[in-house]
Design a protein around this ligand. Structure first.
Ligand code: SF4
Ligand code: SF4
Length: 282
C-alpha cells in the first residue's frame, strides 16, 4: 500500500503524521519525503545516511554552426525555456523541464542534450524505516522531476508513506499520482477549512480515495468537521491540541515515542487506511 500524506497548506502537521505513522507500522517501511524544497522528516528520525545520489535532467545545448534560426524549437517549448529571434536560440536551463522535445523537432539536428544537476536523493536508515528524501538544489525550480526520482525508489511489495509538499500545485500532483490512499491533514480553523476544500477537490480530480486527519482539535471551530460530514469524507484521526505534542515536535521527537498514550490513535489510523479499499472516493 502506498499512502500519501498531504495538506492544502504548510504547518498543519503533515510531517508529524507521516513519521509517526511510519514508526508505528513497526515493520519495514519506506518513508518518502517528497517535500523536496524543504525536507524535514529526517529531523524526527535517529538514523544515518547510507546513500546520496545526484539527480540531473537533460537540457538542450545548441550547435550554432548547424542552426539556421528557423525557430521550431522555441515554438515547441511551452515553458519558454528556449527562445529564438531569427538567430540561434537562447536557452534558459533553469526553466527547462528536460522533456527533450526541442531536440526532436529541430530539423537541423542542431540540439543535443547535456545533464544539468537539480538536486540529490538521500537515503537514511532509522530502524525499520528507510527514509528517502529529495533535496532540491538552491535556485532550481524543477521539483517534479526530483520527486519522480524519489518515487522511483519505492520498493514493490513494501508499504510506503509519502510526505507530500504543501499546497495543490504540480509537485503535489507528482507526489500523489499512483498512490493508493491520501490522508489530508488540516486544522479546525477557517484557513484550514479553506485549504482543505482545495486539497479535497484536487484529490477528487485525481480519483484517489482519501480521508482527513484533523490536527490541534480544540482550537478553532467545528466547520471542518461539518464539511467532512456533509461531503461524506471519512474522518480518520483527530489529534488534540496538546501542548506536550508541540514541545515534543520542537525537540524533534516523535509523538508516539514521547507520549505513548497516543500510539493507539496512530494504530487506529493505520487500520483505517489499510481497510481503505472499502472507503469511497469522497
Ligand atoms: S527540453 Fe523541453 S522544456 Fe527543455 S527547452 Fe527543450 S522543449 Fe523546452
Ligand atoms: S529548431 Fe534547430 S535549427 Fe531551428 S532554431 Fe532551433 S536549434 Fe536552430
Amino acid at each position: 500500500m502506498i499512502l500519501a500524506v498531504a495538506s492544502g497548506k504548510g504547518g498543519t502537521g503533515k510531517t508529524t503524521v507521516s513519521v509517526n505513522l511510519a514508526w508505528m507500522l513497526g515493520s519495514d517501511v519506506r518513508l518518502l519525503d517528497c517535500d523536496v524544497e524543504e525536507p524535514n522528516a529526517h529531523l524526527f528520525l535517529k538514523g544515518s545516511m547510507t546513500k546520496e545520489e545526484i539527480v540531473t535532467i537533460p537540457v538542450p545545448q545548441v550547435d550554432e554552426s548547424l542552426c539556421d534560426g528557423c525557430g521550431e524549437c522555441g515554438k515547441f517549448c511551452e515553458y519558454h525555456a528556449i527562445v529564438t529571434f531569427g538567430t540561434a536560440p537562447l536557452v534558459f536551463p533553469e526553466m527547462c523541464h528536460g522533456c527533450g522535445g526541442c531536440a526532436m523537432v529541430c530539423p537541423q539536428k542542431a540540439i543535443h542534450e547535456i545533464n544539468k544537476r537539480i538536486g540529490v536523493v538521500e537515503t537514511l536508515q532509522a530502524g525499520n524505516i528507510t527514509l528517502i528524501q529529495g533535496r532540491l538544489d538552491v535556485g532550481s525550480a524543477m521539483a517534479p522531476p526530483l520527486i519522480r526520482e524519489v518515487k522511483a525508489r519505492l520498493q514493490k511489495g513494501l508499504p510506503a508513506i509519502l510526505d507530500a509538499p504543501p499546497g495543490t500545485s504540480c509537485p503535489v500532483i507528482a507526489t500523489l499520482r499512483e498512490t493508493d490512499f491520501v490522508v489530508l491533514v488540516t486544522e479546525p480553523t477557517p484557513f484550514g477549512l479553506h485549504d482543505l476544500k482545495l486539497a479535497a477537490d484536487m484529490v477528487r480530480e485525481l480519483g484517489i480515495p482519501f480521508g482527513v486527519v484533523v490536527n490541534r482539535v480544540g482550537v478553532g471551530d467545528e466547520r471542518v468537521h461539518v464539511y467532512c460530514k456533509e461531503q461524506k469524507i471519512p474522518l480518520m484521526l483527530e489529534i488534540p491540541d496538546d501542548r506536550r505534542i508541540a514541545e515534543a515536535y520542537s525537540r524533534g521527537e516523535l509523538i508516539v515515542e514521547s507520549l505513548p498514550e497516543y500510539r493507539g490513535l496512530f494504530l487506529n489510523l493505520i487500520e483505517k487506511t489499510i481497510n481503505s479499499k472499502n472507503v469511497e472516493v469522497g
